[in-house]
Ligand binder design. Structure first.
Ligand code: HEC
Length: 150
């Protein structure tokens, strides 16, 4: 009787371990597929538009547009006097401002919908009508130029 019981132990341990491994495997698999599902079904709503705008864009034209649309009226570079963040290094800051937005998506949003996110320390005073005033080409060019400012 005792001998029979003790020979069964290793079998029980193996079965329990197998069950635990199977559970862990299923859990990891389910979590991975949930993650994947979230990424593939909810891309940023503007992601395709942002890519399309940039595909046709020219940063040199964008630099001229900054002057034409008087962005420097607020985005002044000299330390301390700007009523908006200076553009220096904006490409870098844009990468981390609003995760999971990419730098390009953030810059796009900052121009077409500036109040969606207001940079800390500044008033939400950026004009909200650039979306109507800028053509798609101009918008893409401006984004492409700002993305060169590392
Ligand atoms: C009347 C002032 C004003 C003008 C003109 C203006 N902006 Fe702004 N802009 C702001 C302010 C204030 C902020 C910071 C607050 C916010 O996030 O809305 C800002 C933020 C931004 C940001 C985000 C910067 C960062 O560091 O996160 C971008 C990009 C931007 N503006 C682009 C532009 C472009 C391009 C133009 C010209 C087409 C422009 N702005 C014209 C006031 C202005």
């Amino acid at each position: 009787m005792n001998a029979a019981r003790s020979t069964r132990w290793p079998v029980i341990v193996v079965v329990v371990l197998l069950a635990l491994f199977t559970l862990a495997f299923v859990a990891v698999f389910v979590m991975a597929s949930l993650d994947y599902g979230m990424e593939s079904t909810t891309p940023h709503p503007d992601a395709e538009r942002v890519d399309a705008l940039l595909a046709a864009a020219d940063p040199a034209r964008g630099e001229a547009l900054i002057t034409q649309f008087d962005c420097f009226a607020c985005h002044i570079s000299a330390a301390g006097v700007g009523i908006a963040p200076p553009f220096e290094g904006v490409a870098e800051r844009a990468e981390t401002r609003r995760p999971p937005l990419s730098a390009a998506q953030y810059i796009y949003e900052s121009i077409v919908d500036p109040v969606a996110y207001v940079v800390e320390g500044y008033a939400g005073s950026m004009p909200q009508n650039y979306d109507e005033r800028l053509s798609d080409e101009q918008l893409g060019d401006l984004m492409a130029y700002l993305l060169t400012l590392h």
